[in-house]
Design a protein. Structure first.
Length: 196
């Protein structure tokens, strides 16, 4: 069995400080190196470093990531959002970081009013343009945008398929920048987080 493929548990002995340099996901105690988390053991033969790569790492935001975000406030020039999870893993991002969508990044072409694209409580599928020092998002591509929204009249979930979102409960029609091909279905945990 490949030693680098071995799964280790927190507290598993990985080696000694005489054999290896302790790396990420490990800790040293009295000259012995232990796993600090559940993951796969990796040994770098060049510098004799040993590390543990988490099987389920804590999600963090990087440029080009696609994320689910809840719109908290819509201003004239930007929407302020809470990042909920990475779209790839659908795992919650710790600390509920804040991100913004500038009006110029809401959709391709001219946007007269950001209120026509998003409303507070909407769940967006967005791409990260910048992760530091602040998170900047875009929903401009057709595959990005609103994936879950509530009616501004009765708070029922809008049907996002078709030409314009419609509320099946009260018949209200609204405007949103809908993510094409997503069929208006956000993951249940995300949708619940966006319900007010």
């Amino acid at each position: 069995m490949n030693a680098n493929a071995e799964i280790v548990l927190p507290g598993d002995l990985l080696g000694t400080a005489e054999e290896f340099v302790p790396g990420r996901g490990t800790y040293e105690d009295h000259g012995r190196i232990y796993a600090a988390l559940l993951g796969r053991r990796h040994i770098d033969p060049r510098d004799k470093a040993i590390r543990v790569e988490a099987i389920h790492p804590i999600p963090h935001i990087s440029e080009e990531d696609v994320v689910f975000a809840r719109v908290d406030e819509v201003k004239s020039a930007m929407a302020i959002c809470t990042i909920l999870s990475l779209a790839s893993s659908r795992r919650a991002v710790p600390g509920a970081p804040e991100g913004t969508v500038h009006i110029s990044k809401a959709k391709d072409g001219y946007t007269e009013s950001l209120g026509d694209e998003f409303q507070s409580g909407d769940i967006l599928l967005a791409r990260v343009l910048q992760s530091q020092p602040t998170i900047k998002l875009t929903t401009a591509p057709s595959t990005l945008g609103v994936v879950s929204a509530r009616c501004t009249a009765c708070h029922g979930l809008l049907q996002l398929g078709g030409k314009e979102p419609v509320c099946p409960r009260c018949g209200n029609r609204e405007r949103r920048k809908v993510a094409q091909g997503f069929e208006g279905l956000a993951p249940p945990a995300i949708d619940a987080a966006g319900a007010h």
